[in-house]
Design a protein around this ligand. Structure first.
Ligand SMILES: Cc1cc2nc3c(=O)[nH]c(=O)nc-3n(C[C@H](O)[C@H](O)[C@H](O)COP(=O)(O)OP(=O)(O)OC[C@H]3O[C@@H](n4cnc5c(N)ncnc54)[C@H](O)[C@@H]3O)c2cc1C
Length: 526
């Protein structure tokens, strides 16, 4: 079988299929190559406001209305209830002491809830990737991409003008010729191996391991521990159970399945070491009695995955005629759900280049810049996530550090929605002349494990850094670490966004944020 195309996209996860789909809509011929077969399991399920905004922006720019519906819970449920997903109203954190039952005080010292949306209809989502990715690949095919699944490519010749990929599909030889190769095959993937790209060592994050699967019958935390007045039902969120040396995530889908897993430092993993991932998980739960309660009736519905080295990054990201998507260039950690927005930012940038060229020829400088930005964003993410790992035994500091993330995320989203993206340069505002260096400095101090006065100074410094970007009441300590989304916060802080109050009110109206609407927070039954 011989195929000629403008662009070969290797890997038909959400990112490869979305890239192929957008490329079709700007008239490029595309071959989308997948070694497996859909529907299939994939990890990386929890979206964020920025991820959804980027999905919306891509859908608008490349005329993909059927993709746009997935950017909000309400439109998704109305248009495509057949595609499994979960409601994500925000980020929920519970902090545990190993061996102790979870207990908290009225000031919520051992929790943090940050809403990302004011009500369910415009809430964010978890993507049930077997359905979500399958749907995207179908859309790409319907748009005219040549889809080759169960295809193993084992020879690649990347050339400046035209590349050749050779391998087999269902036992038959295949030869694909393309002007540009996009690697969407995930970490340690296709081009990393075939071009022997070196791994670039992580500099700040300790070695971590991951173990994860999908479960049924996980009991809701808010059923076991109802909390009156919470900003949203705690389980309609990305739930983080944090403990010294690691954390557990829980993402609930609307099909009865809950994605759960743990990211552990190598030291914690060694301490829990057992014959297989399921046994490590059981040993971990035996140290976290309140989390174990949630899993009392649960069972895994697919095999466990153990990732002995969770984090990864390459040294190179692009060259003439080829580029790795950010998800193929690096994975830091699931903490704070950074993978999907980083990948979508990369797709957006790469498409902007491929709009002008189908080979990359003449656009070498743009590809070098794509590489520089991708690596810089992975660095900034790693620094913040590493600082959080270093603070897992210091709950107040951990919580304060997350405010850097929430301030950057909400400021970036609002700036982009106000059509002022230049105000919010780079993921986590890392390229902002003030916020970027301050974020780096705070992370470096946290990594050093400050104690006493140095620690107090860091807490104060984080407040100082966050303040000019805080449009969500993050520094309001009377909220006791429960942060709802309130129109008043945004309107009051319009000047920080260089906008008028009326601009912000119009923005809220456009986004479906009804300022008078307040949803009652009540636990739901499973
Ligand atoms: C444990 C864990 C949890 C995570 N959780 C989150 C989260 O909650 N939120 C978030 O934002 N991010 C998260 N991430 C990051 C997230 O997984 C990625 O950003 C996301 O999956 C990237 O999607 P993708 O389509 O690029 O790659 P993938 O989902 O990895 O898809 C790659 C596809 O390429 C195919 N492929 C691989 N090699 C080849 C080859 N040689 N030839 C052909 N096809 C090939 C694979 O079969 C697969 O279908 C997490 C990452 C990990 C490791």
């Amino acid at each position: 079988m011989r195929v000629d195309a403008d662009v070969a996209v290797v890997g038909a996860g959400f990112a490869g299929s979305l890239t192929a789909l957008a490329l079709r809509n700007i008239g490029r011929s595309v071959v989308l190559i997948e070694r497996g077969r859909h529907p299939r399991f994939a990890i990386g399920e929890s979206s964020t406001p920025l991820a959804n905004l980027l999905l919306e922006e891509l859908a608008d720019r490349y005329d993909l209305p059927r993709i746009r519906v997935f950017s909000k819970w309400g439109t998704w449920q109305r248009a495509r209830p057949d595609v499994g997903g979960g409601l994500k109203r925000g980020f929920t954190f519970f902090f545990h002491q190993p061996g102790e039952r979870f207990g908290d005080d009225p000031d919520h010292e051992r929790q943090l809830m940050v809403a990302a949306s004011p009500h369910d209809d415009i809430g964010d989502t978890h993507w049930y990737r077997p359905d979500f990715d399958h749907n995207l690949v179908r859309e790409a095919e319907a748009a005219g991409a040549i889809y080759m699944d169960e295809t193993a490519i084992d020879r690649v010749a990347i050339d400046r003008g035209r590349s050749t990929l050779e391998g087999t599909r269902l036992g038959e030889p295949v030869r694909i010729s393309a002007s540009f190769v996009v690697d969407a095959s995930g970490p340690r993937g296709f081009l990393s191996r075939s071009l022997s790209l070196d791994d670039r060592p992580l500099r700040w994050l300790p070695p971590t391991q991951g173990l994860y699967t999908h479960f049924e019958h996980v009991t809701r935390w808010d059923k076991l521990r109802p909390q009156a007045g919470a900003p949203y039902p705690s389980d309609d969120a990305a739930v983080h159970h944090v403990f010294p040396g690691g954390w557990i995530w829980m993402l609930r889908f609307n099909n009865g399945i809950t994605s759960a897993g743990a990211a552990l430092t190598a030291a914690t993993a060694a301490h829990l070491s057992a014959a297989d991932a399921a046994s490590v998980w059981n040993r971990l739960l035996s140290t976290l009695p309140s989390v174990r309660e949630q899993f009392a009736d649960a069972h895994a519905v697919r095999p466990w995955i153990h990732a002995p080295q969770l984090a990864f990054r390459t040294s190179r990201v692009a060259g003439t005629g080829w580029a790795l998507l950010p998800s193929a260039a690096g994975v830091i950690d699931p903490l704070l759900s950074t993978g999907l927005p980083l990948t979508l930012l990369g797709i957006q940038r790469l498409l902007a280049i491929l709009e002008h060229t189908s080979s990359g020829l003449g656009h070498e400088a743009a590809l070098r810049e794509y590489e520089r930005i991708t690596l810089a964003e992975l660095d900034a993410t790693e620094q913040l996530v590493a600082a959080l790992y270093a603070s897992m035994d210091d709950v107040p500091l951990f919580k304060r550090l997350t405010l850097l993330y929430f301030a950057a995320a909400s400021f970036s989203e609002a700036s982009r929605r106000l059509s002022r993206p230049e105000q919010a340069p780079g993921f986590l505002l890392h390229a902002h002349p003030a916020f970027g260096p301050d974020l780096h400095a705070c992370a470096m101090i946290a990594l050093a494990g400050p104690r006493g006065r140095a620690r107090d100074a860091l807490l104060e410094e984080i407040d100082r850094v966050v303040e000019p970007f805080d449009i969500a009441g993050l520094l309001d300590r009377t909220r006791r670490d429960w942060y709802p989304v309130q129109a008043d916060d945004l309107i009051r802080n319009a000047a920080k966004l260089k906008a008028s109050e009326i601009d912000v009110e119009r923005l809220l109206e456009r986004c479906g944020f009804n300022p008078t609407f307040r949803e009652p927070s009540s636990p739901r039954a499973t």
